[in-house]
Design a protein around this ligand. Structure first.
Ligand code: ATP
Ligand code: MG
Length: 393
């Protein structure tokens, strides 16, 4: 018998016409991460992955971080579907396995098989009872379920299932630009957008010397952490110093943040268009700060036409933190480096900014030229995919 990993697809069954593209992308995404250490083939129902024993846990770790997978099943493929062979291998499997209650569940896609599913389950259940001391059948809440699958030319036995991340394979829904700050919310938002199949590039606004190299490194680390769930993320770095200083010098302070964020949106949308990103993604959450009241969001959003997706808009901060911990960004996010938004914070930011006032104040600075200049001076960084696993081989 051959150990094999079987993947059940998440949500893909709804994508009737595009299913081929979804499956190819999923395979490609897995291939990119595990390279030559495993072989992958698939049909419309499932994907099958073979890896040698010493690579198993690494391959599993990668699969657990891949979107588009509903369930990861660790199973054994048998050379043929004869009941005597299933029995022999099942006995070998249970020999070293500790359990006190069990059941056997059979699926038979090969309908000409001489036994029905129920007959197979009953027969094999009897065999287990005879050969394993102290075990009992419990059909309602068994400690282990042995699943048997009978196909036309072979059979599978499995008993271990791991829940996958779900979602769509990254890249199947096109590309978005993530506004990535060093905070807790935006990396979580990036993760959630990737979960829906969106490939990401990121944009980061820095204000040297008011913000440090460490603050930038932190953002790049966050991009790197979330890229583990998809593919390497290109980060566009925008020098925002001049724009911020101009705003700070010339615009009434209660409108500093509103105008600053309007500038960020304008620049982000331009960078997105140029890089074929169809949406912006950010970490705004309704009501969290003055710039995230509904009036603020409206006054800021109105400067661009591009859709802005805010995956954590309706999450509580505690929910965002809990997800950040789960995906591994939290510890990096709470490192104490300043963000360009936090250094120019006024004492009393406006909560209900007016569009007309924004427009009036923006006339006080040559913002179109400043935006052009910031975009011309953009730099980009893409961190190579983590090769540690492959380097071990
Ligand atoms: P986060 O925890 O992600 O920093 P926040 O609660 O601090 O969010 P804000 O600082 O108001 O909220 O920013 C709201 C969103 O705007 C961020 O989640 C992020 O998407 C974007 N943003 C803020 N600062 C920057 C920046 N320096 N570069 C890129 N995007 C930014
Ligand atoms: Mg922030």
């Amino acid at each position: 018998m051959k150990k094999i990993i079987m993947l059940k697809y998440a949500e893909l069954s709804t994508k009737k016409d595009n299913i081929g593209m979804f499956l190819k992308t999923l395979k490609q995404n897995i291939d990119n991460k595990i390279g030559s250490v495993a072989t992958i083939h698939f049909d419309k129902g499932r994907m099958f992955i073979e890896a040698s024993e010493e690579n198993y846990s690494n391959v599993l770790d990668i699969l657990k971080k891949t979107f588009g997978i509903h369930e990861i099943i660790i199973g054994y493929e048998l050379l043929n579907n004869e009941i005597s062979l299933v029995e022999e291998n099942l006995l070998a499997i249970i020999k070293d396995k500790h359990f006190s209650t069990f059941k056997v569940e059979t699926k038979r896609s090969y309908k000409n098989y001489p036994l029905t599913s129920l007959e197979i389950s009953r027969y094999l259940g009897g065999i287990i009872l005879k050969n394993k001391e102290g075990v009992k059948v419990d059909v309602h809440d068994p400690e282990v379920t042995f699943y048997i699958e009978i196909r036309s030319d072979h059979a599978y036995i499995y008993f271990e299932k791991i829940k996958g991340l779900g979602g769509y394979p990254v890249g199947t829904l096109g590309k978005g630009l993530l506004m990535l700050s060093g905070g807790i919310d935006s990396p979580v938002s990036g993760y959630l957008a990737m979960k829906r199949g969106v490939k990401l590039e990121a944009i980061y606004f820095e204000s040297p010397p008011h913000t440090s190299i460490e603050a930038k490194e932190k953002v790049l680390s966050l991009a790197n952490i979330i890229s583990n769930y998809g593919m390497p993320i290109k980060v566009h770095i925008i020098n925002f110093t001049k724009i911020q200083e101009e705003i700070y010098k010339n615009i009434p302070h209660e409108y500093l943040i509103t105008i600053m964020r309007r500038m960020m949106y304008r620049i982000s949308a331009k960078i997105a268009y140029r890089n074929n990103c169809k949406i912006l993604v950010n970490g705004e959450s309704i009501g969290q700060v003055a710039s995230q009241t509904l009036s603020s969001m409206a006054a800021i959003n109105e400067v661009i036409k591009m859709p802005v997706i805010r995956p954590v808009a309706c999450f509580d901060k505690l929910e965002i933190i809990s997800l950040a911990k789960k995906i591994g960004t939290y510890e990096t996010s709470i490192l104490p480096y300043e963000d360009c938004c936090t250094i120019f914070v006024p004492d009393h930011p406006v909560i209900n900014p007016l569009k007309e006032k924004c427009e009036e104040y923006e006339k006080l600075i040559p913002y179109e030229d400043l935006i052009k200049e910031a975009i011309i001076n953009e730099t980009t960084i893409i961190k190579e995919e983590k090769k540690e696993f492959l380097d071990l081989l």
